[in-house]
Write a protein that binds this ligand. Structure first.
Ligand code: AGP
Length: 612
């Protein structure tokens, strides 16, 4: 989704802005642009369709620079990807603006501004905001007051950064819904949609709250809350390492992140397991165990990959506790009437912590006092979800750059296991069972290492998929959501149509699709439902389907011409969803590489979906 960078310094800022944009490329975008107030006092911009590299080339041919500037990567929502729709947008020569989010009442505002004589050069909702700010600026008030006045008329979600040659020592930002962070320098300050953009220039950050507006000078920052009151927000020192966004020896971030999973899983377990139990302190709330003891029901809300993690979590929680657990995608849940529920724990799962639908679902439940406590499983400390939730269970995956989620998913599964064990402890479950699960969890990094050893074999296998247009993924029980995640990976990066089914559902319809052209990927660990799954595989085989089965030796599945078996290490039943995810990630990665797609930035997708 759109990325924002801004700087106010005593040195030229265009190079800083471009580097910030490069570091936001992972979010997904279709055009990029930069605007500065030159030392001569004029507002100028440069924009290009396509990658930041295209903007860099343009700036090399026609350089602009200044000590106050804003920059943007655009992911089209209103208006096609085109240079005229790329940000920054201007109102005449006086207001320059970049925006992340959606202005819902832009049509009415556009009509009104047109009647006032404003001309529109783009189809975007953002240009409306630029003109609206200009309406107030013309009344002779400061840029800060003009932005404050304009925001009162905006409906929707936004993060805004505004500059004007009227005030060469001022960068104004406003946040409502979409994230925005201020980076603190010495005699210079910066803004960005996330800290990744600013790590080359600072490690000290202020996270704006919803409704905040800030006036940023080179030496001073004034922040005002939604009521216009001066407020102070804490400065946080980030330990995020700059090099974590580097590729190193890997060809793609996705491959790097797949291979980082033993470490990210180990980091998610570190300091959270005592000898024979899970430490409740991991939830960051002193009364966590007492709260969990009262839980009578759980609602998990998430999107995409994080939703799949939630689905696995439901199997685990319901199998090991007496607590009913429901899982729903945030975009549906947020618009559905919810009957009030007693003693419900509301759990959000998100890599970014900024997904608009998930945040909206959390806001809704809080507004309606519809739950006992909120908990987020999240990978980004200081994200909106962690700040808005009562408790946070952080995944320690480190920055995930590839749009296709990999290590975020497996660490979410680990976090769900930790939550499940905490619930068991809080409800007084059998100590031996808790001890067994914690002992098994410790084996996980080594088991993932073993699964990664399948990489060369999977690379060879992937050649069989490159001419395919469709595929089916099968699993049963908690391996069904793993099949869903495998199908999502394949479709999002290789663009091959992939559907996941619980294997028992095959004969109720999808079996009609099966012929020798249809690859059918199956995850078949030797767990309780294996014999049922084997019968489902026979149904496919007798219709000439081409089967690719990931199974352990104990599953005793015999390979033949149309049934290819890839041997996965034998794992304790509860860990199977985590370990069996790894070969599916590798499969989609290699298919995408062979097809020549943009693995880390697949078409039409964004890393962090901060608009509805
Ligand atoms: C999956 O590979 C995608 N990146 C996507 O489905 C993602 O999981 C979804 O947009 C939710 O993002 P979040 O975890 O940051 O909330």
């Amino acid at each position: 989704m759109c990325g924002i960078v801004g700087a106010i310094a005593q040195r030229p800022v265009v190079e800083i802005l471009l580097e910030g944009l490069r570091r936001l490329e992972y979010r997904g975008y279709d055009s990029a642009g930069v605007a500065v107030v030159r030392d001569t006092g004029d507002l100028v911009r440069s924009r290009a369709l396509g990658k930041v590299a295209a903007l860099t080339d343009r700036l090399a041919d026609e350089p602009i620079d200044g000590k106050l500037g804003i920059a943007h990567t655009r992911w089209a929502t209103h208006g096609v990807p085109a240079e005229r729709n790329a940000h920054p947008h201007f109102s005449g020569e006086w207001v320059g603006i970049v925006h992340n989010g959606i202005i819902e009442n832009h049509v009415e505002l556009r009509e009104r501004l047109k009647n006032d004589g404003y001309r529109f050069d783009s189809d975007t909702d953002t240009e409306v905001v630029a003109h609206l700010i200009d309406v107030f600026r013309r009344k002779g008030i400061s840029l800060l007051d003009a932005v404050m006045a304009a925001r009162c008329e905006l409906q929707g979600a936004y993060a805004l950064a505004v500059i004007s040659p009227d005030e060469t020592d001022t960068l104004i930002v406003a946040r409502h819904g979409s994230p925005l962070v201020i980076g603190l320098g010495i005699g210079e300050n910066f803004i960005g949609s996330d800290i990744q953009a600013l790590l080359p220039v600072t490690s000290r950050f202020i996270y704006l709250e919803n409704g905040d507006v800030a006036k940023i000078n080179r030496h001073k920052i004034d922040i005002y809350d939604a009521n216009g009151e001066r407020v102070s927000r804490p400065v946080k020192e980030s330990s995020a390492a700059m090099c974590s966004a580097e590729l190193g020896e890997y060809r793609h971030f996705m491959l790097k992140e797949i291979f980082e999973q033993p470490q990210s899983v180990a980091a998610t377990l570190e300091n959270r397991l005592a000898g024979d139990h899970v430490l409740p302190s991991l939830l960051g709330a002193p009364d966590a165990l007492e709260k969990l003891a009262q839980v009578e029901e759980i609602q998990i809300i998430a999107c995409g990959t994080s939703y799949h993690a939630g689905l696995v979590g439901r199997y685990w929680i319901e199998a090991n506790t007496d607590i009913p657990c429901h899982v729903e995608v945030a975009s549906e849940y947020r618009y559905r009437r919810q009957p009030p529920r007693k003693n419900m724990l509301f759990v959000t799962i998100s890599q970014s912590g900024e997904t608009a639908d998930t945040l909206a679902a959390l806001e809704k439940i809080k507004e309606n006092h519809g739950c006992m406590a909120t908990l987020t499983i999240c990978n980004v400390a200081e994200s909106s979800l962690t700040r808005e939730s009562d408790m946070s269970l952080m995944t320690m995956a480190g920055p995930e750059i590839g749009v296709a989620s990999t290590k975020a998913f497996t660490t979410q599964l680990v976090a769900l296991q930790l939550l499940m064990v905490l619930l068991m402890q809080a409800k007084g479950a059998d100590k031996a069972r808790v001890e067994q699960i914690t002992a098994d969890l410790r084996k996980l990094p080594a088991l993932i290492e073993q699964a990664l050893d399948l990489n060369p074999k999977i690379e060879v296998l992937s050649e069989r998929f490159i001419e395919k247009h469709h595929s089916l993924f099968l699993g049963r029980g908690e391996l069904y959501p793993v099949a869903m995640e495998g199908a999502l990976k394949l479709k999002e990066i290789s663009y091959i149509h992939a559907e996941a089914y619980p294997a028992g559902e095959l004969k109720h319809g999808p079996l009609a699709l099966v012929d020798s052209e249809m690859p059918i990927v199956t995850v078949a660990p030797s767990t309780g439902l294996l014999e049922k799954l084997k019968s489902n595989l026979e149904e496919v085989r007798s219709r000439g389907g081409e089967l690719y089965v990931f199974a352990d030796r104990e599953a005793h599945i015999k390979a033949d011409d149309s049934l290819h078996v890839l041997e996965v290490p034998h794992v304790p039943e509860l860990l199977a969803p985590i370990v069996y995810t790894v070969p599916l990630q590798l499969l989609s990665y290699h298919v995408a590489v062979q097809k020549g797609t943009d693995v880390d930035k697949p078409r039409n997708l964004a890393k962090s979906v901060t608009v509805e």
